[in-house]
Design a protein around this ligand. Structure first.
Ligand SMILES: [Zn+2]
Length: 166
């Protein structure tokens, strides 16, 4: 099965919301002030996670502020889910994990965003979800990438998107 036809979605500012962490992050991308930003796709933005305990941890943020997938218009929804899988494929090709985990939660930040976690060979709990690993470990200061490390990770992922490796 081939990729769905590419469409241009005109995203209006009114589709964003105030007091939303994800909308704020998207605004910082638009302001060219988000060091984690990797790529803009038609329906969302690809960013690296703030903490890189799982090296290559990436998020795909919906351009539309919505709480559930079914709230999205069907064409946007199809393209959004497709582009999430494209993002995951890029993460896989850039970071070579043993397995990928895909999660769409939004219990605290009610703006659709996918978490894509590469699970590597050295994973401390390979048979459990990432959330079973203590937050103090996942979000330890040592898991926060330095500027240089962040740059390297972004280049690896950008390389996949920019060179049509997916
Ligand atoms: Zn939002």
């Amino acid at each position: 099965m081939g990729a769905p036809k590419r469409r241009i979605f005109k995203i209006r500012e009114t589709l964003m919301s105030q007091n939303c962490l994800v909308c704020d992050r998207i605004q910082s991308i638009k302001d060219d002030n988000n060091p984690y930003f990797v790529a803009e796709l038609e329906t969302g933005y690809v960013v690296l996670g703030d903490y890189q305990f799982f090296e290559g941890y990436t998020l795909f943020l919906s351009k539309i502020h919505a709480k559930e997938l079914h709230e999205l218009d069907s064409e946007f929804r199809k393209q959004f889910v497709w582009e999430m899988s494209i993002t995951a494929e890029a993460v896989f090709k850039a970071f070579h994990p043993k397995k990928l985990n895909y999660e769409l939660l939004g219990n605290t930040d009610e703006h659709i965003h996918w978490h894509i976690f590469p699970r590597h060979e050295n994973d401390p709990l390979p048979n459990r979800t990432v959330w079973n690993i203590d937050k103090e470990i996942r979000n330890a200061e040592s898991a926060k990438p330095s500027r240089e490390k962040l740059q390297k990770l972004k280049e690896k992922l950008k390389n996949i998107f920019n060179n049509n490796k997916i």
